[in-house]
Design a protein around this ligand. Structure first.
Ligand code: CP
Length: 324
């Protein structure tokens, strides 16, 4: 069915995948495709966001998301500034909105925000004129992570529809799980979740997923496993008996995968706890797409920045360095 440009427009902000349509999700993934090639060039730059000023506001630690947003912005020729809690007046008690309004007074165009509180990205987007992109808010959503996971699955299988994807590990604390569930189900994949009952949200089946109680069930059922980190920093004591016990019961190990009816594609958003939720020989094995996920993160973030900044469908032209 043809889709008109207005229904594909993402609006001012990207807060999560819950509110996006399947056509919008496909549009972002298709927009990312020509941007992949920009990162393979000797001169990794196109002028699509020349003159735009983007602030990366990271109130929580990040390696992949922060650096790939910064690369994406620079490869689109935007001017970028990074702000972290330490070294900014946030550490003196300045509020999120005051911080953002002061940045806006310096005439910025977009804010990329990571924050420990669920809802922080929407809260900010509702209060400032600049575009806001959620780079992970508490336990709520991490939309660009799910988009890069979707792109990586699509690269590997040639489709999302009909795939069986098991999300394994600490679902309770995971914004990656929530965004993946929205994205995968909207694009027609079947989603299973697997983890200790203490790390599964009580209402998780209402999101249209199947609970796979044992890791062996997930491995027998799935085409791909998205293995999640135990978020020890968000846990009070008592969720699991010990890390060793977690690995013994729920760890994705080579021996367990060897008993699968087919080769499973292995994803992990990082950072990994090697020897806890995933063993090194799986993470570094031939069916792992963990580093291709990171590579795709730059293209997906270029696509999101480009579209929110008002880029049109003429993405191939933008990737060639022509005005869109
Ligand atoms: N996947 C992810 O969000 O990693 P970082 O915390 O390093 O950004």
């Amino acid at each position: 069915m043809p889709t008109d440009a207005a229904s594909l427009a993402l609006g001012k902000d990207l807060v999560g995948l819950e509110t996006l349509s399947p056509a919008q999700l496909r549009f972002i993934l298709d927009t990312a495709e020509p941007f992949k090639e920009v990162s393979e060039r000797a001169i990794k730059k196109v002028p699509a966001l020349r003159g735009k000023t983007i602030v990366n506001l990271f109130f929580e630690a990040s390696t992949r998301t922060r650096i790939s947003f910064e690369f994406a912005e620079k490869r689109l020729s935007a001017d970028t500034v990074n702000v972290a809690t330490q070294g900014s007046s946030v550490s003196k008690g300045e509020t999120l909105v005051d911080t953002a309004r002061n940045l806006e007074a310096m005439r910025i165009d977009m804010v990329v925000i990571r924050h420990g509180s669920s809802g922080a990205a929407k809260f900010l987007g509702d209060r400032i004129a600049s575009n806001v992109i959620n780079a992970g808010d508490g336990k709520h959503e991490h939309p660009t992570q799910a988009l890069l996971d979707l792109l990586t699955l699509r690269d590997k299988f040639g489709r999302i529809e009909g795939l069986k994807v098991a999300i394994c590990g600490d679902i309770l604390h995971s914004r990656v799980a929530r965004s993946n569930i929205w994205g995968l189900t909207k694009l027609g994949a079947e989603v299973g979740v697997c983890g200790p009952p203490s790390l599964l949200p009580r209402d998780i089946e209402e999101l249209g997923v199947t609970i796979l109680p044992r890791i062996e069930d997930a491995i027998a059922w799935a085409d791909a496993l998205n293995v999640l980190r135990l978020q020890l920093e968000r846990m009070q004591a008592g969720f699991i008996p010990s890390l060793r016990e977690y690995n013994r019961v729920f760890g994705v190990t080579r021996d367990r995968l060897a008993r699968a009816p087919k080769d499973l594609v292995i994803l992990h958003p990082g950072p990994m706890n090697r020897g806890v939720e995933i063993d090194s020989d799986v993470a570094d094995g031939e069916h792992s797409v963990i580093l291709p996920q990171v590579t795709n993160g730059v293209a997906v973030r270029m696509a999101v920045l480009y579209l929110l900044a008002g880029g049109t469908g003429a993405v191939a032209a933008a990737a060639r360095g022509e005005a869109a």
